[in-house]
Design a protein around this ligand. Structure first.
Ligand code: SF4
Ligand code: SF4
Length: 294
């Protein structure tokens, strides 16, 4: 089976296993994507080994999953420099795992979404810059031969569910593996909550089309500069169903205007004090807060 588009399919009939590394932070659906890929490979008669680490997932910590499949797979872990595909749901996590990508033929697919770890915001004074890695999309594309950087979170947000960003990326990844779109849709329907099957299938198609149409990079939007700006009039929106009460935003808000209620859901307790700095939005691993300029 051949595909159009700029990702050349990985040769799955090789005797050596195909290696896919999925990385991100807690709450982004790394494990869901990894299980969907593993299941599809298994259903197609391939031997699959999958291993994952999600230690501090609830607090926005790193989550990663190694998937290896082929005619015979001996070890569950991908050695450095041997990942055929590195799928990153968070920008800095993607950069951190680059040494695992095969330097000659590896395919790097990343969301340009940035979830800022709390330790990179030690200075929370107005005007302070965060310590978040500042490698630009352009610099990355110049360094990695097969790099695809897309704003998957914005694509998913436009579809009505920012949490479907992982499925947008899965759509991009699907162009590198020789399974049919119908098979992908089936495993997605089995992996996501029933109410979100429709939006996830749409997200998958968007990601797939993005690659097939020849796109390779979406730059960070100018509104997405990681620095604590001067106060601006803004509106804070909390999606309560997505808040898992990790407390990160409450602890890190420079103005102390957030608090968890008795159900462990975040609330804005003093709208007047909020400066619209967006730190809570950048830090939340679950897309539960968005801050919009009025
Ligand atoms: S946007 Fe408002 S609520 Fe969020 S961290 Fe900044 S001051 Fe706190
Ligand atoms: S809104 Fe705050 S408490 Fe809720 S998940 Fe996000 S960072 Fe954690």
């Amino acid at each position: 089976m051949t595909r159009q588009g700029v990702i050349a399919p990985v040769e799955m009939a090789n005797t050596a296993p195909t290696n896919v590394l999925v990385v991100g932070v807690g709450g982004q659906g790394v494990i869901m994507i990894s299980k969907a890929v593993a299941r599809l490979c298994q259903e197609n008669g391939l031997e699959v080994k999958q291993s994952e680490v999600h230690g501090m997932a609830k607090r926005g910590g790193s989550v990663f999953s190694h998937i290896r499949f082929g005619q015979e797979v001996k070890s569950p872990l991908i050695p450095q420099g041997e990942a055929d595909i590195l799928l990153a749901m968070e920008w800095a996590e993607g950069l951190r795992w680059l040494p695992y990508l095969n330097p000659e033929r590896g395919i790097f697919i990343a969301d340009t979404q940035r979830i800022v770890p709390p330790f990179s915001c030690r200075d929370r004074n107005r005007g302070a810059e965060s310590g978040y890695i500042n490698t630009s999309v352009q610099e990355l594309v110049e360094k990695v031969p097969n790099a695809f950087a897309m704003d998957a979170t914005s694509v998913a947000t436009e579809l009505g569910n920012a949490r479907a960003a992982n499925t947008v990326l899965l759509g991009a990844l699907s162009t590198a593996l020789e399974f049919s779109q119908e098979e992908w849709h089936r495993v997605i329907a089995e992996a996501v909550p029933p109410k979100t099957v429709g939006v996830n299938k749409e997200a998958f198609v968007k990601g797939r089309h993005w690659v097939e149409s020849g796109e390779t990079a979406t730059d960070f939007s100018s509104d997405n500069v990681i620095s604590l700006k001067e106060p601006r009039e803004s509106r804070l929106e909390i999606t309560q169903a997505w808040c898992k009460g990790c407390d990160i935003c409450v602890k890190m808000c420079p103005e102390r205007c957030l608090q968890l209620d008795q159900h462990q859901i975040v609330q804005l307790i003093d709208e007047k004090r909020c400066t619209g700095c967006r730190l809570c939005e950048w830090l939340c691993p679950d897309f539960a807060i968005s801050v919009e300029a009025k």
